[in-house]
Design a protein around this ligand. Structure first.
Ligand code: EPU
Length: 339
């Protein structure tokens, strides 16, 4: 294990923010864990775990140790009937896992194609897109408790998944290092999730009436690339805010003033409002100040056109929040972790 000093994290966060960390180390093998823990536990400095950096906004340099989890490997553990259990190590690229599963004809995560990030962070915010959330295919995960060095297994209920939320974003934050995630996928009789409006529309356009998992992946890739910016080309962390959930009564009132407002009922009888619509209709779509901006095709995505600092993006996000609050009396909550 080698500890580097004063390293730029620009290539370790998809916003491309040039923040520095005082110390930096990677671990690629579980055997390195005891030495690493000794180091962390004896260190008087703070530490943070950083994987794909796809859901984080750095607003300052980090004075502690940044730990980059680089564990690799994807293994089929078992199969039974229609199902297969597949274990992926935390440092695998999410998209590599999706491709591997499709190649093996394992179904369940095809709707989640092209989500930037690593396997290890996927349960943290219960990644989701186009009608599927990670919790729908989650079996269990292994995580290391930093202060004891013990490895714990978490099942689905232990993880307390919610909308872009989990135990690891709440009480468990910073206390565990996720080492691997096991998924329960289908090897035949796949569940096809084609109910999301944009998917249905695109399948119809392609005249596909009995889609397979490969068709779904193709269509989702098409939809995503048509409006979500590729972080390799334009720095971003996906949706910057969560879609706010408001009481149905409040939605009815708003609808009287803003008849076009986009909203969906959620399971609890409340309404989930499309934050992208609110931001666009508060006039921000395509806005740019310096190198910080709002994407021109999807207003929920804030972008770094080049050299924006984390503070500049944060300031822009605060201005958006304030203007949405003034216009619609709705509070937007960041989805991205702000450090
Ligand atoms: N809309 C606008 N203007 C915009 C953007 C959106 O009016 O600029 C309206 C449109 O009516 C559109 C609706 O909002 O139909 C929903 O937009 P979209 O389908 O793009 O989804 P989203 O609600 O903005 C959520 C997730 C995305 C995920 C998509 C697809 C959150 C915070 N975001 O976005 O996840 O890819 O649904 O399922 O829930 C992410 O979490 O980083 C992310 C990209």
């Amino acid at each position: 294990m080698h500890i580097f000093e004063n390293i730029s994290l620009k290539n370790y966060n998809t916003f491309g923010i040039d923040a520095k960390t005082r110390y930096f180390t990677k671990f690629s093998c579980e055997k390195e864990i005891p030495a690493l823990l000794n180091h962390i536990n004896s260190l008087k400095l703070s530490y943070m775990i950083l994987s794909g950096g796809s859901n984080i906004l750095f607003t300052q340099d980090f004075p502690g140790l940044t730990l980059h989890v680089n564990l690799k490997g994807i293994t089929k553990l078992s199969e039974s009937g229609d199902f297969v259990l597949v274990k992926a190590m935390a440092g695998e690229d999410w998209e590599d896992l999706v491709k591997y599963c499709l190649k093996n004809n394992w179904g369940g995560i095809e709707n989640l194609t092209l989500i930037p990030g690593k396997v290890g962070t996927s349960p943290m915010q219960n990644i989701g897109a186009y009608g599927v959330e990670l919790k729908d295919v989650f079996h269990e995960l292994e995580a290391l408790k930093v202060n004891t060095g013990e490895i714990h297994t978490f099942n689905k209920s232990d993880c307390r998944f919610g909308y872009r939320n989990s135990f690891f974003k709440q009480e468990g934050k910073g206390r565990f290092i996720i080492l691997s995630v096991t998924f329960k996928l289908t090897q035949k009789n796949h569940f096809i999730n084609s109910g999301y409006g944009a998917i249905m529309h695109e399948l119809e356009r392609r005249k596909i009436d009995k889609p397979g998992i490969h068709d779904i992946a193709d269509v989702v890739r098409f939809i995503r690339t048509s409006k979500l910016p590729d972080p390799e080309v334009l720095g971003n962390a996906g949706s910057f805010f969560k879609n706010p959930v408001i009481p149905a009564k409040q939605h009815e009132k708003l609808k009287k003033r803003f008849s076009e407002i986009v909203a969906y009922p959620d399971r609890s009888g409340n309404m989930k409002i499309a934050a992208g619509w609110l931001i666009e209709n508060a006039g921000w779509k395509g806005y740019r100040v310096g190198d910080a901006g709002v994407h021109k095709l999807q207003a929920l995505v804030l972008v770094n056109h080049g050299k924006a600092s984390g503070m500049e993006i944060l300031q822009l996000s605060e201005n958006i929040r304030k203007s949405v609050k003034d216009r619609f009396q709705i509070n937007l909550e960041p989805e991205v972790n702000i450090l």
